[in-house]
Design a protein around this ligand. Structure first.
Ligand SMILES: [Zn+2]
Length: 66
C-alpha cells in the first residue's frame, strides 16, 4: 500500500486544520491534538470527522488490524 505523499502534504485534520501524520502501516492518519485517527481505506484517506476513530480505540478498529 502506497499513499501519495504529495496528497499527504496537503491534507490537514478536518477538525483542527492541523497537520496529520501517517501511521507506520499507512492505514491511518493521526491527529495528536484531536486524539483522532482518520482511516485510510483502499489508499483513500477518509478525512471526515464523523468517520474518525479515537486513538484509544484505534488498535481495535484500524483498517489493517493484525
Ligand atoms: Zn485535529
Amino acid at each position: 500500500m502506497a499513499l501519495n505523499k504529495e496528497l499527504l502534504d496537503i491534507l490537514v485534520c478536518p477538525k483542527c486544520k492541523g497537520a496529520i501524520s501517517l501511521t507506520a502501516e499507512e492505514d491511518g492518519l493521526l491527529c495528536a491534538p484531536c486524539g483522532l485517527a482518520y482511516p485510510v481505506l483502499d489508499e483513500i484517506p477518509v478525512m471526515l470527522v464523523e468517520e474518525a476513530i479515537p486513538l484509544a480505540e484505534w488498535d481495535d478498529k484500524r483498517p489493517c488490524r493484525k
